[in-house]
Design a protein around this ligand. Structure first.
Ligand code: NAD
Ligand code: UFG
Length: 339
């Protein structure tokens, strides 16, 4: 298939490109590079053995250039990663998040339908479940109250896409609700490259292990969990990438909107992650217990069985591969893509 990949220079997008090439698809990446660099695409090209990944530096809010792109190319489908994703930042800059994520996606959807391209895979998030009352979380669990503007952009966009697919039966849309992506490609050439102080657990742990940060702050040890620290469903980014290739097949056979959780179905606590990282990699990760982080839930893990039964997809990599690959990427690229 010919696939437009928005946000393809980013963390999940770059890993998905590797799987798309492996499966024989053609891609064109659009990205405005607001949270990524061309270097990730050069590395993808190296991994898959091509000269370069076709790329256009375009902001998805830029209707004119997006339109031109669709005039010049035929796309069978779009995988839409482009968006802002920092939870804390979204609280202080809500307009920028609604403008970029909602404004950008509305423009993309409009240009797509104008050109008759009505197959889309959208990066959604477990965050749309809010404080879910069932665990593990199934796709039938209703969307809940989000605790930040970033989460609301995902929730609102899911609603927009459901309504559009109801009104126009030609749309085929897959909403993928990611749980917690971690890890990196096994080559160590591509990985997660956060700006400044990482918000997420795994890059923080890696930077502490490298000595860039003194210790990990563990946000609360008084939750009702195995050791009091928060439990999440961490999923290797290469498994997540493979989930997109599997979802492309669903676009051919299903109508309307389909929703799939992409997770492992297994939760790990913060301290279990720290321990696994230390043991697997033979490094120390000093930590300090701190207060709870506002907006965090105690436990969140998926029931991924629908993706297994309908897409034939399941996560293959375990916690040891997750921590090993994260560490390899961090060691080989102490300053991310800038070096
Ligand atoms: P990322 O920031 O690494 O990648 C997003 C990419 O989109 C970046 O390359 C950025 O430059 C680009 N982008 C942003 N706004 C754009 C715009 N207006 N026009 C063109 N390009 C734009 O993030 P990621 O971790 O790879 O996440 C990819 C998608 O998955 C995002 O939509 C994110 O919300 C979603 N998601 C991520 C996680 C996670 O923990 N990483 C979890 C759930 C969902
Ligand atoms: N944590 C710490 N210390 C840190 C960072 C995180 O103790 O320095 C803890 C958190 O309290 C939580 C766990 O580690 O218990 C995971 O936290 P992350 O920030 O890595 O991930 P979240 O589950 O909070 O959220 C992530 C993304 C969201 C996305 C969600 C579900 O940031 O955007 O996964 O996909 F919606």
């Amino acid at each position: 298939m010919n696939i437009l990949v928005t946000g393809g220079a980013g963390y999940i997008g770059s890993h998905t490109l590797v799987e798309l090439y492996k499966a024989g698809h053609n891609v064109l990446v659009v990205d405005n590079l607001c949270n990524s660099s061309r270097e990730s695409l050069r590395r993808v090209a190296k991994i898959v053995g091509i000269d370069e990944v076709p790329f256009r530096e375009v902001d998805i809010r830029d209707r004119e250039n997006l339109d031109l792109l669709f005039e010049e190319n035929h796309f069978d489908a779009c995988i839409h990663f482009a968006g802002l994703k920092a939870v804390g930042e979204s609280v202080s800059m809500p307009w920028e998040y609604y403008d970029n994520n909602i404004g950008g996606t509305l423009t993309l959807l409009d240009v797509m339908r104008k050109h008759g391209c009505k197959k889309l895979i959208f990066s959604s998030s477990a965050t749309v479940y809010g404080a879910a009352t069932e665990m593990p979380i199934k796709e039938t669990c209703p969307r809940g109250l989000c605790t930040n503007p970033y989460g609301w952009t995902k929730s609102m966009l899911e609603q927009v896409m459901e309504d559009m697919a109801k009104a126009d039966r030609e749309w085929r849309i897959v909403l993928l609700r990611y749980f917690n992506p971690v890890g990196a490609h096994e080559s160590g050439l591509i990985g997660e490259d956060p700006n400044g102080v990482p918000n997420n657990l795994m890059p923080y742990i890696s930077q502490v292990a490298l000595g860039k940060r003194e210790y990990l702050g563990v946000f609360g040890n008084d939750y009702e969990t195995v050791d009091g620290t928060g439990v999440r469903d961490y999923i290797h980014v290469m498994d997540l990438a493979a989930g997109h290739v599997a979802a492309l097949k669903a676009l051919d056979i299903k109508d309307g909107v389909k929703i799939y959780n992409l997770g492992t179905g297994r939760g790990y606590s913060v301290l279990e992650m720290v321990q696994a990282f230390e043991q697997e990699n033979g490094v120390k990760v000093p930590y300090v217990i701190q207060g709870r982080r506002a907006g965090d839930v105690a436990i969140c893990y998926s029931d991924p069985s629908l993706a297994q039964s309908e897409l034939g997809w399941s996560a293959k990599r375990g916690i040891n591969e997750m921590v090993r690959d994260s560490w390899r990427w961090q060691q080989m690229n102490p300053d991310g893509y800038s070096k």
